[in-house]
Write a protein that binds this ligand. Structure first.
Ligand code: AHR
Length: 501
């Protein structure tokens, strides 16, 4: 297998937004409790934050973390999570059939985010609640003082406002599973009026209106049009959520998931443009891919949700703790490439989620924390994709897939910094063959500083995983990558192992 890729450092798609490397912490399963927060754990600090997990979060490098949900937020009362911890109410969380102790809330999240070095992205409940509660949450978080809510925050220990800029107007309101699910008109009106008053309280907020929860939703398209007709003048971003999985051992289709995400993004972008034109609005609305990942939904549907029902109500149930494989890591790498190729429209993205729940980081109660396979592509891309993402052409072998049509055998993204440093991200979708790559980057004289790959470790299969006991899936040096001058640019050549990022 072979491909030729062309890029030009003077032909960018656009700057890589730092928020492209976001993540997500939801009150769900063991994401918060025994994930990021576990008082009494040997590695916990005096606030109960697990330092071993914090170290891995800093290494992973997310820039922004969405909180507190997810489906959870649509039944949540934010006030339950403030004030002395001993006095906080214990409540049912119907979204995940769990018991919520509220020991971790707004102040803990703000403190944890500061400790992790991430920007907070806070979602308000537009399922069971509405305008007043969103106003109250914003005043509590961002107003300096002198009002009942801002003084309550100060009395609770935060003298300075949290200053949250990014706010989600509810979550997945198009989904019939959502608490307080709404029609597009119902949600659009509520989101518009919530946005209007939030801007009156704090003109610096950036607002994300909820788009579709999947490209396969029967309402995809009409939902965005209707919601934007109500809200376009008042919001900065519209979300889309995208999860992918392997069906019946069809690795080729699974590895082509980036093609599905690409068409989802481009279709949403078209609807944004069409609606802005229809409304005569001269502004930009970004796409916030604020939940994306691989997720074996069959396990949720067939095992975890049945287990939740059968076992009654518990705190921090073990749910959707997917153990990721080498194949999943390669898919995550190609989804990141897709995000990089769409930086003209995607303003931020949050891998869902951060710890334990479909996450790159796993932790055991009282035990260790470790890196899943998917940790590595995220970490390396977040650390090295800087500057601008470049337009590319890819010519060469292709693969025909049952679900996503024909795609390039190699999926690529290239970024260039102002200094001229380039980063090249490639996935080889060929499951059994190596692929030779010849990449011509025009306008740059380059050497190879380093080359890494994540692929199947010797003696294992594409289903290899990392566990608490052993983590065989790690980035390894890719040898044989060379650079040579070529017509005012550089030709990079190398051979990608089968099924590799
Ligand atoms: O990330 C897990 C869940 O997936 C979120 O709570 C929800 O928004 C989505 O359906």
């Amino acid at each position: 297998m072979a491909v030729h890729i062309n890029a030009d450092v003077n032909d960018p798609i656009g700057p890589v937004p730092p928020r492209l490397f976001g993540s997500f912490v939801e009150h769900m399963g063991r994401s918060v409790y025994t994930g990021i927060y576990e008082p009494g754990h040997p590695a916990a600090d005096e606030r109960g934050f697990r330092r071993d997990v914090l170290d891995l979060v800093r290494e992973l490098g997310p820039t922004v973390v969405r909180y507190p949900g997810g489906n959870f937020v649509s039944g949540y009362r934010w006030e339950d999570g403030v004030g002395p911890a001993a006095g906080r109410p214990v409540r049912l969380d119907p979204a995940w059939h769990s018991v919520e102790t509220n020991q971790f809330g707004l102040h803990e999240f703000a403190d944890w985010a500061a400790e992790a070095g991430v920007e907070p992205m806070y979602a308000v409940n537009l399922g069971t609640r509405g305008i007043q509660e969103a106003m109250d949450a914003l005043e509590y978080c961002n107003h300096p003082g002198g009002t009942a809510l801002s003084e309550q925050r100060r009395a609770n220990g935060a003298d300075s406002p949290f200053g949250f800029r990014l706010w989600c107007l509810g979550n997945e309101m198009d989904g019939p599973w959502q608490i307080g699910h709404k029609t597009a008109d119902e949600y659009g009106r509520l989101a518009a009026e919530t946005a209007r008053v939030m801007r009156m309280i704090d003109s610096t907020v950036e607002l994300v209106v909820a788009g579709s929860s999947s490209q396969d939703m029967p309402t995809f398209g009409s939902w965005e049009r209707t919601v934007l007709r109500h809200t376009a003048a008042l919001v900065d971003h519209i979300s889309l959520h995208a999860y992918y999985q392997e069906f019946d051992g069809d690795a080729d289709s699974y590895l082509a998931s980036g093609a599905a995400l690409e068409s989802y993004i481009r279709t949403t972008a078209g609807i944004i443009d069409e609606t802005l034109a229809e409304l005569g609005l001269d502004k930009k609305i970004g796409i916030s891919v604020d939940e994306w990942n691989t997720w074996d939904l069959r396990r949720w549907n067939e095992v975890d949700s049945a287990k939740l029902g059968a076992e009654g109500w518990h705190t921090r149930p073990r749910i959707i703790e997917d153990t990721y494989t080498v194949t999943d890591a390669v898919v995550v790498g190609s989804l990141l490439n897709c995000l990089l190729r769409n930086v003209d429209r995607v303003t931020m993205a949050n891998q869902a989620q951060l710890v334990n729940v479909i996450a790159p980081i796993r932790s055991e109660p009282g035990g260790p924390a470790w890196r899943q396979t998917t940790f590595h592509p995220f970490q390396l891309v977040a650390a090295s994709a800087r500057g601008s993402s470049l337009k590319l052409t890819v010519d060469g072998d292709r693969v025909s897939t049952a679900r996503h049509g024909e795609v390039d055998i190699v999926d690529a993204a290239v970024t260039v910094e102002e200094s001229g440093n380039c980063a090249v991200f490639l996935t080889n979708r060929a499951t059994t063959s190596a692929t030779e790559v010849r990449l011509w980057i025009r306008g740059a004289g380059l050497d190879v500083e380093n080359a890494w790959t994540v692929t199947t470790p010797d003696g294992l299969t594409r289903h290899a995983t990392n566990t608490a006991e052993s983590q065989p899936v790690q980035p390894i040096r890719l040898s044989g990558v060379t650079a040579a001058p070529h017509h005012g640019g550089t030709i990079i050549t190398g051979t990608l192992p089968p099924l590799s990022w």
